[in-house]
Design a protein around this ligand. Structure first.
Ligand code: ADP
Ligand code: MG
Length: 436
């Protein structure tokens, strides 16, 4: 369709202004060319004389493309509520809802689409919402989840160096129940609750949670509570619900909630009633009071567990709280090996590097490798020949980047020594080799 087509359509309409199919053709053509203002005029002209389905959906699409999602949704919501089970309308409604962060209603709408046509495919909706029911692709490994929240991690426990104690805890609490729900049921043991990981920043909490999802081939949803609280001010409760709904729709799923301490009782803004409300909403979602959380495994993380409301630690909630310490020497060695696996290196003295990096976090080790590569690149530019990374490059990098975990322990130590309710922080004490 080009300019000429549009002109001849306009010409024809001059002669028969009431020819609806012709006007719709013009409007659709304009829409296809992203000439939104002009398309809007034509759709509205059609709607003046009748409640035409195509014109209604067309106008909604115009609004969608203009980024006016609420107008798009208002039109489609009314249309659908009037009893139209129209595939196209439902599809665009789902998209519009998603744009407005109404995930659970988008899911509901998308389910209606799938119930009309199980083979339905829309790339955007599919990547963000799918993912159960309907058709599975033939090679599930190659599914791509490029949504804001939903991922299908490709890393698993073998990508996580060391951390055997934490892995074991996750194995017991998360993986076994997921793989053998019938055994748990047989013993009348309720599956549920979550694990709370805590420890200094950069020591693998997020990484491990993600690897857990990969380990059991589950989907992974990762959100920072601060995002939920800040991104859509005044809507936090709704957003919290949406996230849990997305997880429930995509079981088996690991729902990873970072910065759990953002709901801390000791945060002054949380003491006010609005904050209290939010905490209660969160606990309800966690308890699965209105909805079942079967197949949803919740991992929380925080750098500051002492800010957390004790209500979070009741049975069935975050009833396991697990310390994720800085990597020990063996772990540092395996982290370095993992990270340098696919890089050009000459024989590296991993054990020496591990010895020289006490108190370094996983993120610190990442940084060291980055610095070493930068130094190497500089010298490669001089003669244009790429050279492998050597032990001395990494040792130089160690000198340029300080360990970051000790600062955290200064604070943690105080809580462990003076506010150690029920031995909550015993792990910190034993890590610091302080006698109880
Ligand atoms: N045990 C580990 N094995 C491999 N990489 C690790 C490990 N611990 C940390 N890392 C690396 O450090 C980075 C930071 O870890 P992250 O999980 O974001 O820390 P946290 O969530 O505890 O702040 C990760 O991206 C990962 O590359
Ligand atoms: Mg993290």
């Amino acid at each position: 369709m080009n300019e000429n087509t549009i002109e001849s359509l306009r010409e024809a309409l001059k002669h028969s202004p009431n020819n609806t199919p012709l006007r719709l053709l013009l409007a659709d053509t304009l829409l296809g060319l992203n000439r939104l203002e002009e398309a809007e005029v034509e759709y509205r002209l059609v709607l003046k004389s009748s409640n035409d389905t195509k014109a209604t959906i067309g106008l909604a699409k115009v609004f969608y493309k203009k980024g006016n999602y609420s107008a798009c949704n208002v039109i489609l919501e009314e249309f659908i509520e009037n009893g139209h089970e129209d595939l196209e309308a439902l599809t665009w409604y789902a998209k519009g809802l998603l744009k407005e962060n109404s995930v659970s209603r988008a899911i509901e709408t998308y389910k209606r689409v799938l119930s009309i046509d199980p083979n339905f495919f829309d790339e955007e909706l599919d990547s963000q919402l799918r993912v159960k029911g309907g058709r599975e692709t033939s090679e599930p490994e190659e599914e791509v989840y490029d949504s804001r929240f939903l991922q299908k991690p490709s890393i698993n426990f073998s990508d996580v160096g060391g951390m055997d104690a934490v892995k074991k805890e996750i194995e017991l609490k998360i993986i076994k129940p997921l793989l053998h729900p019938e055994l748990y049921k047989a013993y009348g043991k309720k599956i549920g609750g979550g694990i709370l990981l805590y420890g200094p920043p950069g020591c693998g909490k997020t990484f491990l949670a993600k690897a857990t999802a990969g380990q059991v081939n589950a989907k992974f949803i990762s959100v920072g509570l601060n995002d939920i609280l800040d991104m859509w001010i005044g809507n936090s409760e709704k957003n919290l619900h949406e996230i849990f709904e997305l997880a429930r729709f995509n079981t088996p799923c690991i729902l990873f909630i970072d910065e759990i301490d953002a709901l801390g009782a000791s945060r002054s803004d949380m003491k006010q009633s609005a904050g209290r409300h939010l905490i209660n909403q969160f606990l309800q979602e966690l308890d699965g009071i209105d909805k079942t959380n079967e197949g949803v495994l919740i991992i929380g993380a925080t750098n500051t567990p002492w800010n957390l409301d004790p209500a979070f630690r009741r049975p069935g909630r975050f009833d396991r709280i697990v310390f994720v310490p800085p990597p020990d020497e063996t772990t540092r060695e395996s982290i370095l090996q993992l990270k340098l696996k696919n890089k050009p290196v000459s024989s590296i003295d991993y054990s020496q590097l591990a010895k020289k990096t006490e108190h370094y976090s996983g993120a610190d080790l990442d940084a060291i490798i980055d610095i070493a590569i930068e130094l190497k690149l500089e010298s490669s530019f001089e003669d244009g020949v790429p050279k492998p990374i050597e032990t001395k490059d990494l040792l130089n990098a160690v000198k340029k980047h300080k360990a970051s975990t000790q600062e955290w322990f200064m604070t943690a130590k105080n809580f462990a020594m003076f506010a150690n309710d029920a031995g909550l922080y015993d792990d910190i004490l034993s890590y610091l080799k302080i006698k109880k």
